[in-house]
Design a binder for this molecule. Structure first.
Ligand code: FEO
Length: 163
């Protein structure tokens, strides 16, 4: 594989694990804010992001390349309510999408077809994740950030898990 692609995938692995770390910090903060359902939902997001990182990790190993782990970014310990949490999540997902797109372009430039195929899954996944957060923001706007609406949506998120 081209060295630049290996380096970019290693960076992407760190970005996915950093996303996992961010969602875990958010899960802790939501639990502290008495939103156990939303907290559980965020724990599922954490698990998903770990699996994204591992998908790239295993891909590099499959191709006989070296995985070089970087440190994960330290997330903020607290957020200003569910809407702030969701907006920051969406902003983060958009950054991840841009990074995946840049990685794909690099694979095109170097005619690395297996990497392009592997990244296709991530392109679809990013579309889905952005839509999930956009929909949740719309729903929280409707339900309100306080009172019975918030309790209802929290209960529902707890049932849905991370799907
Ligand atoms: Fe794997 Fe949501 O970025």
């Amino acid at each position: 594989m081209h060295k630049a692609i290996v380096a970019a995938i290693n960076k992407q692995i760190a970005m996915e694990f950093s996303a996992a770390h961010l969602y875990l910090a958010m899960a802790a903060d939501l639990d502290a804010d008495n939103l156990p359902g939303f907290s559980k939902w965020m724990k599922h997001q954490h698990t998903e992001e770990m699996s994204h990182g591992m998908r790239l990790f295993d891909y590099l190993l499959e191709r006989g390349e070296r995985v070089v782990l970087e440190g994960v970014k330290k997330p903020a310990p607290a957020y200003a309510g569910p809407m702030d949490t969701l907006k920051k999540s969406l902003a983060h997902e958009r950054k991840v999408s841009a990074s995946i797109t840049a990685l794909y372009e690099l694979a095109v430039k170097h005619k690395d077809y297996p990497t392009q195929l592997h990244l296709q899954w991530f392109i679809d996944e990013q579309l889905e994740e952005e839509k999930t957060f956009e929909d949740l923001i719309a729903r929280f706007k409707m339900a309100g950030e306080k009172g019975p609406g918030l309790l209802m949506i929290d209960r529902e998120l707890g049932q849905r898990g991370g799907e």
